[in-house]
Design a protein around this ligand. Sequence first.
Ligand code: FAD
Ligand code: 2MC
Length: 430
Amino acid sequence: TGKTTYRCMTTIVDPSLGLTDDQREFQRVALEFAKNELAPEMQKWDQEETFPVDVLKRLAGLGFGAIYAKEDHGGSGLSRLEASVIFEALSTGCVSTTAYLSIHNMVAWMIDEFGSEELRERFVPELASMQSQSVGLETKLKVFLNMTTYANTLPLPGDIFCTFLDTLKFGSYCLTEPGSGSDAASLSTTAKRDGDHYILNGSKAFISGGGDNDVYIVMVRTGEQGPKGISSVIVEKGTPGLSFGKKERKVGWNSQPTRAVIFEDCRVPVSNIVGYEGQGFSIAMHGLNGGRINIASCSLGAAQASIVQAVEHAKVRKQFDRPLAENQNTQFKLADMATSLVTSRLIVRQAARALDNKSPEAPTLCSMAKLFATDHCFQICNEALQIHGGYGYLKDYPVQQYMRDCRVHQILEGTNEVMRLIISRNLLQS
Ligand code: FAD
Ligand code: 2MC
């Protein structure tokens, strides 16, 4: 009947609405993983600050390590829209772990899209699987010998251990510096040419995965001041002159480490440049266009889960002899939250489609999507916490973690003020 259709099995916040059968299938796999492997652990990872590397490797096994990288070197060759659907679904289980996976995907795509054939061959298969593929004893010995030659000292026992036993290949994106955050084009880490090497000096701040990860794509100054003097180079863990700061203590995003990345006369082969000299800022920004959709998608997942939990709580919890859900204030609040989530999802998916279609409006739409979705989804998580009353403030209930994890999405990958700057520049251009 019309009535049963109207009161359909799923609610209006169902994230599969409007997707193709294939997209629903990716979504189903990601939602299952989120439910079975992420959600049961998210609280523990947050409290114990565990970086769940084995779980991430298993996600890569599902094809989620390089979702929108091309297939010839092991990427999954999916669209930005499909990536958004996957990150949203995984985030319902753990925002912080998914957000790191999204940064890893951004790094893999940047190397796949702009790297030389040699770099693509060397790095993309390993990043796609998030583990070393074909590193034989010979290569490991070479790395070991390089470490001793360049460092002029014996490596630390920990470094030897990493060289020989570490099979992980996780990526980090290094743009921000202590003196250059929003004004990213003013970065001052230098890479001076010395024969077949660049010598890097400077430091990067707030690097997700910093210290634990293996592959760092680093934006450095090789030329003039401003964006045109910037290049992107890959620096591998174990390179002499590369070190890390202390692990930062954070409000959220606790299932992934954040550290400063420091370069002191760090020698990197010139062949590790991604793209050409002076292209680095453009590469960094192209990476972030997708990154901003991905982070916004992580906020969608958090908001989705928060709404579902708020609805459950409002139906079950009774005050004044009736469920909270019978208060019109609660009903209207839930209606606003649902409208806000669906609107956020629409703009995120529109931006993802624009990026898929290589539309010239894509960078501005990605900024709009990031601004709108991360602001509104944070509010949704906060309102969901309010509906839970005092219980929402307890760490036993996941809603506070969704809120804490989402908060930083308004800051990183470009603050929401920078997003407004980008959007207004588009409007005001002559
Ligand atoms: P600032 O640039 O100092 O800004 C401070 C405030 O001023 C903000 O509110 C900002 O919006 C506002 N502001 C600045 N300029 C303007 C302006 N022109 N108009 C209006 N308002 C303005 N970076 C990486 O490169 N790689 C990473 O992996 C990474 N991971 C991160 C993980 C975490 C947990 C965090 C917290 C940060 C991470 N970052 C990373 C850094 C992040 O991208 C920066 O923090 C962010 O870009 C803002 O830079 P900032 O912190 O220096 O703030
Ligand atoms: N896509 C493609 N190209 C872009 C771009 C984008 N989104 N944004 C800028 N560019 C190009 C731009 O077109 C220009 O190229 P050209 O001269 O050829 O036209 C060049 O880059 C320089 O751009 P601007 O002239 O706009 O440079 P300006 O310095 O005025 O502003 C700004 C750049 C503010 C937009 C940039 O610095 C920015 O995005 N800042 C925020 C930094 C940021 O997002 N950091 C995130 C770090 S990563 C992170 O947080 C993680 C968790 C991983």
